[in-house]
Design a protein around this ligand. Structure first.
Ligand SMILES: Cc1cc2nc3c(=O)[nH]c(=O)nc-3n(C[C@H](O)[C@H](O)[C@H](O)COP(=O)(O)O)c2cc1C
Length: 217
C-alpha cells in the first residue's frame, strides 16, 4: 500500500480482539517509530509507558470511568497500550543529556558544533518557558507528532489503533506515579487487532472535501 492508500483505509479501531497479540518484531518496529519521531530542536520531551500485560492494561483501564468509561474496553481488549507522557521540565541536566547523546551519536565534529546546538536548543526552550509561557503545550505538540507517526506506521504494518484523548490524565498520573518521575500523561493509543464488534471498520470514512481543506497559492 502506498501512503495515500494507508491514509484512506486506516481507521480508528473501536473494539479489539483480546486474543490477538502484536508479534514482538512488529512491536519493536513500532517502538522504533516512537523513539525516532522528530521533535523541535530534537528536544524529545517524551516518555512512552507501554502496557502489554493484563495487569498493566487493567491499571490503565481502571482510570477510565465516568465520561471516559467508553474507552476502557478498548484498553482491556488491545494487545498493547501506549501512554504518551511529557516531561514536566526540560531542565539543565536533561538538556545536557541530549547534548551528550548527540555527541555519542557522532553529531558534533567540533566543540563549537556542540556549543551551537546547545545555544539554539536553549533559545527555544527559554522562548517557550519564559516568553510564550507555553512550555507544556509545546511539549504536547511534539508528542502528537509521535502519535501521528505511530498511527500511520501501525496501519502500514496491519496493526489497528485507537488514539485516545478521552482519558483522565490526572488519574493516569496518579496510577503510574508519573509526577514523581518528572512526567505527566498527555494522550494514549491502544494497539492490536479489531474484533467483529469494531463498528467503525464497516463504516465509510468521512472527510471534508479537498477544495475545503486546501488552497493553492
Ligand atoms: C488525538 C485524537 C484523539 C482521539 N480520541 C479518541 C477517543 O478518546 N476515543 C475514540 O474512540 N476515538 C478517539 N479518536 C478517534 C477519532 O474520533 C477518529 O480519528 C476520527 O473520527 C476519524 O476517524 P478515523 O480515525 O477512523 O479515520 C481520537 C483521534 C485523535 C487523532
Amino acid at each position: 500500500m502506498n501512503v495515500a492508500q494507508i491514509a484512506t483505509t486506516r481507521r480508528t479501531c473501536k473494539a479489539f480482539d483480546p486474543t490477538r497479540k502484536i508479534p514482538g518484531s512488529v512491536l519493536d518496529d513500532l517502538k522504533t517509530v516512537l523513539r525516532f519521531a522528530p521533535s523541535s530542536v530534537n528536544s524529545q520531551p517524551w516518555h512512552f509507558v507501554i502496557a502489554g500485560s493484563d495487569a498493566g492494561k487493567e491499571a490503565l483501564a481502571a482510570t477510565l470511568d465516568g465520561a471516559f468509561a467508553y474507552n476502557a474496553g478498548k484498553v482491556r481488549g488491545a494487545s498493547h497500550v501506549v501512554v504518551f507522557c511529557a516531561r514536566t521540565a526540560l531542565d539543565e541536566a536533561y538538556l545536557n543529556s541530549l547534548l551528550d547523546q548527540e555527541e555519542a551519536d557522532g553529531r558534533f565534529a567540533t566543540p563549537d558544533a556542540r556549543a551551537g546546538q546547545s545555544k539554539s536548543r536553549s533559545f527555544y526552550v527559554g522562548l517557550h518557558r519564559d516568553q510564550l509561557n507555553d512550555a507544556d503545550a509545546w511539549a504536547d505538540r511534539q508528542i502528537y507528532i509521535a502519535l501521528g507517526n505511530l498511527m500511520q506506521a501501525a496501519a502500514a504494518l496491519g496493526v489497528d489503533a485507537c488514539p485516545m484523548e478521552g482519558i483522565d490524565v490526572l488519574k493516569l498520573d496518579e496510577a503510574l506515579g508519573l509526577p514523581q518521575k518528572g512526567l505527566r500523561a498527555v494522550v494514549m493509543c491502544a494497539l492490536g487487532y479489531g474484533s467483529e464488534q469494531d463498528f467503525n471498520a464497516r463504516l465509510p470514512k468521512s472527510r471534508l472535501p479537498a477544495d475545503t481543506v486546501f488552497s493553492e497559492i
